[in-house]
Ligand binder design. Sequence first.
Ligand SMILES: Cc1ncc(COP(=O)(O)O)c(C=O)c1O
Length: 482
Amino acid sequence: MAKVKFFGVESIPLEMHKVRIVQKLNLPPIERRLEAITEAGNNTFLLRNADVFLDMLTDSGVNAMSDQQQAAMMIADDSYAGSATFTRLENKLREIFGMPFFLPAHQGRACENILSQVLVSPGSVVPMNYHFTTTKAHITLNGGIVEELVGDAGLEVVSAHPFKGNMDIAKLRQVIARHGADRIAFVRMEAGTNLIGGQPFSVANLGEIRQVCDEFGLMLVLDASLLADNLHFIKEREADCRDLSIREITRRMADLCDVIYFSARKLGCVRGGGICIRDEAFYRRMRGLVPLYEGFLTYGGMSVREMEALTVGLEETMDEDVINQGPQFIRYMVDELVRRGIPVITPAGGLGCHINAMEFVDHIPQARYPAGALASALYLVSGIRGMERGTLSEQREPDGSEVFANMELVRLALPRRVFTLSQVKYTIDRLTWLYANRRKIGGLVFTEEPEILRFFYGRLAPVSDWQTELVARFRQDFGDSL
Ligand SMILES: Cc1ncc(COP(=O)(O)O)c(C=O)c1O
């Protein structure tokens, strides 16, 4: 992809695949979109897909599959126990990560449940570069404490730092000194750090963390859900790895870890998950939870068809041309938005483009959920479904007070190989219009607030009739356009 230079036209990311199956899209008129977002309680998770034009909510389980993955699904062996499909998957994981043991699970958070139940107890501490929503929920549910140790650059919205997902080693040492090594359940590094904008960490940083873990006898766990993007950035940005293949970089990272777990909804472009483990005794401690919560040890809640597709998807992740597509489309989008003065997280990461709502709608206080309001407004003016990643995605303190997020982001995920460049350009266009009309956007208040993971199914209402005014302005400017 990157190696193709253009002669006359603008330099654009060039797909190294062609489309062979398509899904028809529907773009309802803005008046229907207003009804739809109202019915959804201004929560984009609660929109029905029939009302959505471009679904940029997530990349989870919605990346495009390859013809080879689809073909592999036809040869799945659906025996309950001892399936040949499982053996093929296990062998592929051993080949790629070099870890002898594998436990399948139905998705990433199921792995987190198992790991947390076995390793986390009341008062134990899990240092990590940054939390992910489900990770934190499982750790705290088991009485643990999350310590976020991402370097300062990780929380800067505008930055040129190539590895914003790096952990600050000095902070790691301080946390160990403060709590004592015996209270550390494990150290967790998240590849393609989701909640700070899909930002990678470097192999060098992982190596430093390994040294500290060795010094204090700690276990190092890698959340590899977004590994594909992280691998791309390492290859592109880390001088020591430039001449290594993606497979070699993967192995170099895996060799530094004790456990690697992943959501296969992201890594491998299917629906599933699993935990790769180096130590047999530890594998045995976790093993019992798989039949209890997931399914027998040779499928763990996954469909065998998905497992076959995962085996192929993992192999395809080792292909630069496959994993380049997402980050290059995202970079195009980010660069175009920056050119138009629209606040986004830089440098462009993986997973999606992250709009900085704190600045986009700087007139909305955090208590009125600026990122939630912006996600609602963007759907209204475009039919594009993004995801709030800010204060709404946090959980209240036990005393009921709000936890204000470090960043207020609207994530526009670009599931891998799903959207075309013209759809990306449409998104840029509607964001540009919305930015010019941003003062019309108002805040949101909860009308129904669940206690756990409220962002998934909580309902909110606008604080004024700002949405109707936005619709009127849209009609003024766009006439009868959808
Ligand atoms: C980094 C990370 N870890 C864990 C998970 C949880 O995975 P799943 O959605 O498959 O449960 C996700 C999902 O988005 C993720 O991005």
